[in-house]
Ligand binder design. Structure first.
Ligand code: KG4
Ligand code: ZN
Length: 343
């Protein structure tokens, strides 16, 4: 018996559907980004996100089934993101997934969004072995996690205020870049010269593995207000912001590698798509004899392939569907259990 899963992701502003087969790999991967919808508001509007998921998801399911050349009859489970995220957005995906599962007579599996991000590198070849140190850096989270296996996660450190993606996005906004700012700021930083602005690297002088990014945002605001910036100076400031965030993430991660002695590092989540971060992390981890694994950039940001992978791992571990039918806006990763243990 080999498993085949259809998965739906709708926790924020991406509507996505994927089909993953245990033996044949990823058979389909469809994504509709709501970026244009939310751009004029400078951020995600939850109500608009939910409505758009309702509009987009069912057609995406049809397209994914067609792309995978499969049907409900050949599937073994329907997975969906059950949290954390925007409640309305989550509910639109959950309701559709549970209806499809009911109609097809299949189990429905509610997946933790962060477990999806964490396990996204398993979609790549070679896949990272356990145990792993995971740096999870997204728009909502910045965490260092010791992953011993599926559902066996220990949080070693996390942000005390803004997430790394939030720091990218808020700084980008202050620089006048359109939403979502992270990738735009990274692109502008490529034209910037190093060392032209001195921004803080909060907490780096302190012990422990926690992060803090809110001071950076304030420093960028004061710098941007102090004097008008021409194009080159704007790029220089973007470069300084990226350098400050990347350096902070690398320093903490390398400390965690040293403290735990782990040899496998996984960098996951939207900010993991940042090229400078990838280059600097590979260099630093290499010096410590550790190997770094990343999902391909399109699987760093929100997608359904990672949700399908998390569900597949849980099916392989003996899980038969989630008894809980609700979704959770908040859901600490530490509450997750290995497959088969009631979550
Ligand atoms: O994982 P994700 O798609 O959504 C959440 O679960 O939060 O992450 C989105 C975050 C945003 O803050 C976005 O600006 C950031 O990832 N991001 C980047 C890059 N690509 C996405 N930040 C810096 N450089 C990038 N290339
Ligand atoms: Zn995400």
């Amino acid at each position: 018996m080999t498993f085949r899963v259809l998965a739906i992701e709708s926790s924020c502003d991406e509507s996505a559907v994927a089909v993953l087969d245990e033996k044949r790999g990823l058979l389909a991967h469809q994504l509709w980004s709501q970026v244009e919808l939310h751009r004029q508001y400078g951020g995600v509007v939850p109500e608009l996100a939910s409505r758009d998921h309702v509009r987009r998801l069912l057609p995406l399911v049809g397209q994914a089934l067609q792309q995978a050349q499969t049907s409900g009859a050949e599937l073994d489970a329907v997975a969906y993101t059950a949290g954390p995220g925007l409640v309305g957005a989550l509910l639109s995906g959950a309701a559709l997934a549970r209806s499809l599962a009911y109609g097809w007579g299949l189990p429905a599996i509610g997946v933790h969004h962060l477990e999806g991000h964490l396990l996204a590198p398993l979609l790549e070849d070679p896949a990272p072995p356990f145990p792993q140190l995971v740096l999870l850096v997204s728009g909502g989270h910045t965490m260092l996690i010791e992953a011993l296996g599926i559902g066996r996660y220990r949080v070693l450190g996390e942000t005390r205020d803004d997430a790394a993606g939030e720091a990218f996005d808020k700084s980008a906004k202050l620089l006048g870049l359109p939403y979502p700012g992270g990738p735009q700021l990274a692109a502008l930083a490529e034209q910037g010269r190093p060392g032209k602005f001195d921004l803080p690297r909060p907490m780096l002088d302190r012990p422990g593995l926690d992060f803090s990014f809110s001071g950076l945002k304030t420093a960028v605001m004061l710098t941007a207000r102090a004097a008008p910036l021409d194009e080159q100076r704007r790029a220089d400031l973007a470069r300084a912001v990226q350098d400050a965030i990347v350096e902070t993430l690398c320093a903490r991660t390398l400390r965690a590698l040293q403290q735990t002695g782990l040899q496998t590092l996984v960098v996951a989540g939207g900010v993991g798509a940042n090229r400078e971060l990838r280059a600097r992390m590979a260099e630093g981890a290499g010096r410590l004899g550790a190997r770094v694994f990343y999902p391909r950039p399109e699987f760093c940001t929100d997608n359904a392939a990672m949700i399908a992978m998390a569900a597949l791992q849980r099916l392989l571990g003996g899980e038969h569907g989630s008894p809980q039918t609700g979704v959770r806006a908040r859901w600490p990763l530490s509450e997750l259990q290995p497959p088969g243990v009631a979550n």
